[in-house]
Design a protein. Structure first.
Length: 660
C-alpha cells in the first residue's frame, strides 16, 4: 500500500502547490552519478570515511516543496562510535571534508548552501560548531574544510549541510536504507524543528551524507556492547534471560571477554565467554547462563556491562554499560489495543488506508480494540473537522504525513493500509499493565465519564498521563475530495487536556479513578475547510460552537500513556448510549460485534436469551432466540439500530451502525 507523504513545515504556511515530480508524496528517482566509489577508495589509509550509507546513489528527494524553506540534513556519530567507527578499527579525530548529494532538479532553488557540523547530546540540543559556505552542484558536493575540525568526543557529532531555498522543490537527496543515524533533518521555519526520518516517521530512506576524518588506529584489544535483549514485561515469579551483542573493535581477533549484569543496584551476575574467534568489526551474541527471578510486581532496572577483551584490563570496553527495564505484572491482563489515526478527507490515499483499518478492526473481537481518528489540516485546505487538539497529538507523535496510524503509541507507526489481522493479534497478545473499565452518559449536550484503572504492577508515575476524548462514531458532513462519504470515530473534544492529565498513583492492585464532564457549546457549524488559502485556522471554536452531527452517536476513548517513550499501558472505549440498562439491571455478559457492520453481527448472550433488533423509534424489526451465540443478518437500510437482549427479567441494549 503506497504511503502518501506530506511534510508539514508550518501550520500557517500551507500551499496548494505541490512538486511536479512527486512519487508516493516523494519524488521520482534521478540518474545515479558515476565515480562515487572511486572517491571512497581514494581515501588515505590513515583516514576513515564516516558514513552509515547502504547506497550512495540517489533514490528520491525529500519534501513536497510547497514553499521556500531553510532546511538542514545530518548524519549522527554517537559517543560510542568514536572508539572504532563502524568496526573499522579506526578512531576519528579531525573532520577533513564533508560530502553530500543534492537533487539536481532543484539546485536552481538554492540561494544559500553551507557545510555544517553540530555537537551535543542530541540534535535538538546541539549547537553549530563549524560551518562553511560552498558553491552549489547537482549530485555530489565535496567540501574540503578550510580549517579541519577537531571532534569533541564527550558529545555526539552531527555532520551535514544547510540549504536555503527560494521556492518549491527541496534538493535534499535520499537513498534507500533504514539507519536512523543517517536520517536527521532540522528546519528553522517550523515548530517541528527536529525529526528523525526513519524511526519517527516510518521512512525507509537516508540522507546521502558522508565525511572524511583523520583517524588513529584502534587498540589491539577492544570490545563494545552493541545491544541487550531483555523482555520488556513478564509475570511475577518468571525467570528472565539476559542476552546481549558485543562487537570486536580491537585490531586483534576477540577470543574472550567478561560480561556482568546487575538489577536495581544489586550484586553483579558474571559471565565469562571464552574460546571465541570474532574478527574486527564482527559481532557475537551471548546469553547469561544465570536467569533473574522477578519476585515483585514492579519495574526492574537491568545494567549490563562488558570488559576484559582478550583478558586485557587496559583494552577498550571496560565501562560500556547499557540499561534496560522489565515490568513485572501480577497477572496477565487482556490488552485493548489503541489505534490513533491521522487522516483527512482531502487526502486521496487516506480512503484506502481507512478502509483497510476498518476491515481489520471489523474482523477481530471488538472488545480488544479502541480507535480514534484525528482529521488533519492538509493536503490543500484539509478536513473541516480538524481541531487544534488533534494538532497537539500530531505534534506529540511528530506526524508529518497522512494517512498515518499509531498503534499503542510505539508498536506500529505506519500507513494504515499496512495493518493486518496478524499484526493486530500480535499487539493484542501483549499483556496490559492494568485492567480498565468505564461508564459514560449523555444528557442533551453534556457528556460525563467515569474511568477506572487497576494496575497489575507498580510504576513511577512521573511520565504517565491519562487521556480521554469524545469521538463521534460516524460522520458524513465533512466529506471533501477523496471519495470518502462515511468517517468513523472522529475526535471531537478531549475530556482531559490534549496533553493528558497526571496519573496520581500506579500501584499494583490499587484502583485509580477519574471523573470527567464536558458540555458542548453553541450550535453545530460545518467549517468550509480546516484552514483558508492563507493558512489561517478557520475550524471550530469549542468555546462557542461544535461540530457534532448526532449527540446520540458519541463514544469516549481513553488510555494511559508514558509520554516519554509513548508506550500505551492500557486503553478502552465506552459508548455513551451503549450499555444502558432498561429495567432493574442489565444482562451480563452481553457482547455485540462489530458495532460498525456491513450487514452481519455476532451476539454473545447468556445461555437462554431473547434478542430483538429495533430501529431508533423503538419499532421491533426482528426477534431471535439465543442459547449463547447468535449470528444475525441485517437486511436493512444503512443507519443506527438497537440490539436488545432480554434474559432472566433483565434487559440490555447495544447500538450498532449498519454501513453497507
Amino acid at each position: 500500500m503506497k504511503h502518501f507523504y506530506f511534510l508539514l513545515f508550518a501550520l500557517f504556511s500551507l500551499s496548494n502547490a505541490y512538486a511536479q515530480k512527486a512519487m508516493d508524496g516523494r519524488f521520482a528517482p534521478e540518474s545515479p552519478v558515476a565515480g562515487v566509489s572511486e572517491y571512497a577508495d581514494a581515501a588515505a589509509t590513515d583516514d576513515v570515511t564516516l558514513s552509515w550509507l547502504t547506497s550512495e546513489t540517489m533514490a528520491t528527494s525529500y519534501g513536497n516543496g510547497s514553499a521556500k524553506m531553510n532546511l538542514a540534513a545530518f548524519m549522527e556519530v554517537e559517543i560510542s562510535d568514536y572508539e572504532s567507527f563502524n568496526g573499522t578499527g579506526k578512531n576519528p579525530e579531525t573532520i577533513k571534508s564533508i560530502n553530500f548529494y543534492l537533487a539536481a532538479s532543484y539546485v536552481s532553488n538554492i540561494t544559500e548552501l553551507k557545510a555544517v557540523i553540530r555537537q551535543g547530546n542530541t540534535l535538538a540540543t546541539s549547537t553549530v560548531v563549524y560551518e562553511q559556505a560552498t558553491t552549489v552542484a547537482g549530485g555530489w558536493n565535496y567540501v574540503d574544510l578550510t580549517t579541519p575540525y577537531t571532534i569533541d568526543k564527550t558529545k555526539n557529532l552531527y555532520i551535514g549541510y544547510q540549504v536555503v531555498t527560494s521556492g518549491a522543490g527541496y534538493p535534499l537527496a535520499v537513498s534507500a536504507g533504514t539507519n536512523s543515524k543517517q536520517a536527521w533533518v532540522i528546519s528553522t521555519s517550523t515548530t517541528e524543528t527536529v525529526t528523525n526520518i526513519v524511526s519517527d516517521q516510518g521512512y525507509s530512506y537516508n540522507f546521502i551524507i558522508k565525511a572524511v576524518a583523520t583517524a588513529s588506529d584502534a587498540y589491539a584489544n577492544g570490545i563494545i556492547l552493541k545491544s541487550v535483549d531483555i523482555p520488556s514485561y513478564a509475570i511475577v515469579n518468571d525467570e528472565v534471560e539476559v542476552k546481549g551483542v558485543v562487537q570486536n573493535i580491537g585490531s586483534q581477533p576477540l577470543t574472550s571477554f567478561t560480561a556482568q549484569y546487575s538489577v536495581d543496584g544489586g550484586a553483579p551476575v558474571e559471565y565469562h565467554a571464552t574460546g571465541l574467534n570474532v574478527a574486527l568489526g564482527s559481532t557475537y551474541s551471548f546469553t547469561f547462563p544465570t536467569k533473574f527471578k522477578l519476585t515483585e510486581a514492579k519495574t526492574y532496572s537491568f545494567n549490563v556491562a562488558v570488559s576484559l577483551p582478550n583478558e586485557d584490563a587496559n583494552g577498550i570496553g571496560a565501562q560500556k554499560t547499557l540499561t534496560s527495564t522489565v515490568s513485572a505484572y501480577a497477572n496477565i491482563v487482556q490488552r485493548v489495543v489503541l489505534h490513533e489515526s491521522f487522516t483527512s478527507s482531502t487526502c486521496g490515499p487516506c480512503k484506502a488506508g481507512n478502509e483497510n483499518l476498518l476491515s481489520v478492526l471489523n474482523s477481530v473481537d471488538e472488545t480488544k480494540w479502541a480507535n480514534i481518528r484525528y482529521q488533519m489540516y492538509w493536503p490543500s485546505t484539509g478536513d473541516p473537522y480538524f481541531t487544534m487538539e488533534g494538532y497537539s497529538r500530531k505534534t506529540f507523535y511528530g506526524v508529518s504525513s497522512v494517512p498515518e496510524l499509531e498503534v499503542d503509541g510505539n508498536q506500529f507507526n505506519n500507513h494504515p493500509g499496512n495493518l493486518s489481522v496478524a499484526l493486530f493479534n500480535q499487539f493484542a497478545a501483549i499483556p496490559a499493565a492494568a485492567t480498565a473499565s468505564a461508564s459514560a452518559e449523555i444528557a442533551e449536550k453534556t457528556v460525563k465519564a467515569k474511568i477506572t484503572f487497576t494496575p497489575v504492577t507498580t510504576l513511577d508515575v512521573q511520565n504517565l498521563r491519562i487521556f480521554a476524548a469524545i469521538a463521534e462514531k460516524t460522520t458524513t458532513k465533512n466529506k471533501k475530495t477523496n471519495g470518502e462519504t462515511l468517517f468513523h470515530n472522529v475526535m471531537k473534544k478531549f475530556l482531559t487536556s490534549a496533553d493528558g492529565n497526571a496519573v496520581p498513583k500506579f500501584e499494583n492492585g490499587v484502583p485509580v479513578s477519574f471523573d470527567y464532564e464536558y458540555t458542548f457549546n453553541g450550535e453545530y457549524r460545518l467549517p468550509a475547510a480546516a484552514v483558508n488559502s492563507s493558512g489561517q485556522y478557520i475550524g471550530i471554536n469549542n468555546d462557542t460552537e461544535n461540530s457534532v452531527e448526532d449527540f446520540s452517536n458519541l463514544i469516549v476513548v481513553y488510555w494511559i500513556q508514558n509520554i516519554q517513550n509513548k508506550d500505551v499501558l492500557q486503553a478502552g472505549k465506552v459508548d455513551v448510549s451503549d450499555y444502558l440498562a432498561i429495567g432493574a439491571a442489565s444482562v451480563s455478559p452481553v457482547n455485540v460485534y462489530p458495532t460498525l457492520s456491513n450487514g452481519k453481527i455476532n451476539v454473545a448472550t447468556p445461555a437462554s436469551a431473547t434478542v430483538k433488533i429495533s430501529d431508533l423509534s423503538g419499532r421491533t424489526l426482528a426477534t431471535y432466540k439465543s442459547s449463547g451465540n447468535l449470528t444475525v443478518d441485517l437486511n436493512y437500510a444503512n443507519g443506527i439500530y438497537l440490539v436488545i437482549v432480554e434474559s432472566g427479567g433483565q434487559t440490555s441494549v447495544k447500538k450498532i451502525i449498519l454501513t453497507k
